[in-house]
Design a protein around this ligand. Structure first.
Ligand SMILES: Nc1ncnc2c1ncn2[C@@H]1O[C@H](COP(=O)(O)OP(=O)(O)OP(=O)(O)O)[C@@H](O)[C@H]1O
Ligand SMILES: [Mg+2]
Length: 263
């Protein structure tokens, strides 16, 4: 296929449905001369079935990119299409609806509501759906079951370990059956053993209809993802499939030293 005259975008997994398309996206915080160019001309396609890590040093723009993918924020300029809809043209309310229907977000610090049970927390994602109470109950329980926590449905966050709380947060992200599950450092607050359990849950959630995108500092986790997008200074400096990678991720960020973690 000739790409002459077109902007070239690395696009592993070319054969599956394109869920997200970013073209020449900039996100600039503040005004010159002190403006921060958090994203500096990013183009990226995300396909159904992608199991993807975003890595890069602190401040390289990973969370900013994830916030744009999650429709939590808008670019300063550039185009973002979600399933062929240009989201930068949408009204706020339409964008919120798009977010609620298409995206599940998982945060490093879980962000659960303390006075609600596990089931109650998961159910919050379905409140604005046209569903009956029993339907909400059944779907939420089902999502808790998918993360192995069905028997903890009536526990409050304070009664659960960090790993369990993160699994509830993942259940809340997946209960709407979104096109894309986004997670910003989902294992960042967990010990190594618990982080592995959480990563295994993400692996189990992988299917050909959705994309899973994790921001991580942990190169050992990134090595296990099918696709790794590497960022530096607001730009994507590499985007490759595990099967095609020739360098180690640590070599790519050689200045990060030992331990398999980016600082
Ligand atoms: N709301 C904001 N206002 C001003 N600057 C911001 C804001 N959010 C992020 N930045 C700046 O944009 C740049 C990219 O930030 P971002 O949070 O995307 O980095 P990151 O790669 O997620 O870093 P980390 O690994 O530390 O989480 C940084 O220089 C940061 O200071
Ligand atoms: Mg971040």
């Amino acid at each position: 296929m000739s790409t002459f005259g077109m902007q070239q975008v690395n696009s592993p997994g070319l054969n599956s449905r394109n869920l997200f398309q970013l073209r020449d996206v900039y996100r600039i915080y503040g005004e010159e001369p002190v403006a921060v160019h958090a994203l500096d001309g990013v183009s990226l396609d995300i396909h159904a079935g992608d199991f993807m890590a975003i890595i890069g040093p602190s401040g390289s723009g990973k969370s900013t990119l994830l916030g744009l993918l999650g429709c939590l924020d808008l670019p300063t300029r550039g185009s973002i299409k979600v399933d062929d809809t240009e989201i930068t043209d949408l009204e706020d309310s339409e964008r919120s609806k798009m977010r609620g229907n298409s995206i599940g977000f998982v945060f490093q610090q879980f962000h659960l509501i303390p006075h609600l049970t596990a089931l109650g927390n998961v159910s919050t994602a379905l409140l604005y759906r046209d569903l009956t109470k029993p339907e909400i109950h059944e779907r939420s329980l089902n999502a808790l079951n998918m993360v192995g926590l069905a028997e903890r449905f009536d526990h409050r966050p304070i009664e659960m370990s960090g790993g369990e709380q993160q699994r509830v947060a993942i259940a809340r992200a997946l209960v709407t059956d979104p096109l894309m599950i986004l997670a910003d450092e989902p294992t960042g607050a967990l010990d190594t053993k618990t982080a592995k359990i959480v990563l295994d849950i993400f692996k189990n959630l992988q299917n050909e209809n959705r994309a899973i995108v994790l921001v991580t500092h942990d190169l050992e986790i990134a090595e296990q993802m099918d696709r790794v997008v590497s960022m530096r200074d607001g730009k994507i400096i590499a985007d490759d499939l595990r099967s095609e990678r020739t360098d180690s991720l640590e070599d790519r960020f050689w200045e990060t030293g030992k331990g398999g973690k980016l600082e």
